[in-house]
Design a protein around this ligand. Structure first.
Ligand SMILES: [Zn+2]
Ligand SMILES: [Zn+2]
Length: 335
């Protein structure tokens, strides 16, 4: 696996002038990590856009039950799979954050677009936050550890405001390998348009199918209910799988394998396997560890759209990859 060096290794800092530069970078990174600490969650520092969006989506999900139609429920299920399994699990997580495979451009655009439509943030924001989670897992600086509060890890951590400048620095430190790539910059700039635009498209299709009732039915099921289900499934990976379940590997964090999260989050519930071996594409390492996202990766590989897939499931009791300073999982973050 190709590694992305976020900071020069120690042997490269032999000159007198290189040393202060490196310390400055390290200091800058520590300042960025501080912005993810729980202490930043105050009324004066709330990200109102995200808070109001989340409230709106969950209210819409409840309202969906007053506008039931089979067409809208089927749309909800299909988009749930496309955005959560293909977009988040395959695209944002295993492909972008951990580089456990390579994708041809058409597949890359499609899976990243599915991720954008999930409403879980831009690809760069998601990948950078996730890499920080692996680096600091269950330690101070982990953006969403349940050991700082179950609700904090499930949801509240999303409501901390961070400025554009901080996010820019965050990308420089955690996703330097991809922050300037054209496709990712494109999604960074157009992210909101895709999410809001998909709501108008669903509403329009519904209206054409059967007037205002179907318009609301398609919007509330296809966007609100679907997003609410996807959000909570993903958040259970952050909260529940660091609290409950069994462990195949002795990692330095508290990650666990939890069967019901593996079902609702398309394989991501085998979270101890993943923390132990983040660069491995299949999340299920035992016969019974069902991982539906892995089927899609195999399908993409069969049609030539995915290649260099890291499918080497480790031996039982194999040493975990270096984690939470993941030297072998696609990134190197110096201490
Ligand atoms: Zn985790
Ligand atoms: Zn991960």
């Amino acid at each position: 696996m190709a590694s992305v060096i976020l900071e020069q290794p120690p042997e490269n800092q032999s000159t007198v002038t290189a040393q202060p530069k490196k310390s400055k970078k390290r200091e800058e990174r520590e300042q960025i990590i501080c912005k993810f600490h729980k202490e930043n969650l105050k009324w004066s520092n709330v990200d109102w856009v995200i808070l109001l969006w989340m409230a709106g989506i969950h209210i819409g999900a409840v309202a969906a039950f007053f506008f039931i139609s089979w067409q809208a429920v089927v749309t909800c299920l299909v988009l749930h799979w496309a955005t959560a399994s293909i977009g988040i699990c395959l695209g944002y997580h295993r492909y972008l954050s951990h580089k456990s495979m390579k994708l041809r451009a058409p597949a890359e655009f499609f899976v990243l677009l599915c991720g954008v439509l999930s409403g879980e943030g831009s690809p760069l924001t998601w990948a950078a936050t996730h890499r920080l989670h692996h680096q600091k897992s269950d330690k101070h600086g982990d953006p969403h550890s349940p050991f700082e509060g179950t609700f904090w890890s499930h949801l509240l951590w999303l409501f901390v405001y961070r400025s554009k400048e901080v996010n820019q620095k965050f990308f420089e430190h955690y996703v330097p390998d991809m922050k300037d790539r054209k496709m990712l910059q494109f999604f960074e700039k157009t992210y909101g348009l895709w999410v809001v635009g998909s709501g108008f498209v669903l509403f329009g299709i519904g209206y054409a199918m059967g007037g205002m009732y179907m318009a609301w039915s398609m919007l509330l099921w296809g966007l609100c209910a679907r997003m609410a289900f996807v959000y909570n499934s993903t958040w259970f990976v952050n909260s529940a799988t660091h609290l409950w379940g069994y462990r195949n590997y002795e990692t330095t964090d508290q990650s666990k394998n939890l069967w019901w999260v593996a079902i609702v989050a398309y394989g991501e519930g085998w979270h101890n396997n993943h923390h132990a071996h983040p660069s491995v594409a299949p999340a299920g390492h035992r016969k019974w560890e069902f991982d539906i996202t892995w089927w899609s990766i195999k399908a993409l590989r069969a049609i030539g759209q995915a290649y260099d897939v890291n499918d080497r499931i480790p031996q039982k009791n194999a040493e975990p990859e270096v984690d939470p300073e993941p030297g072998k999982n696609g990134i190197v973050v110096a201490k």
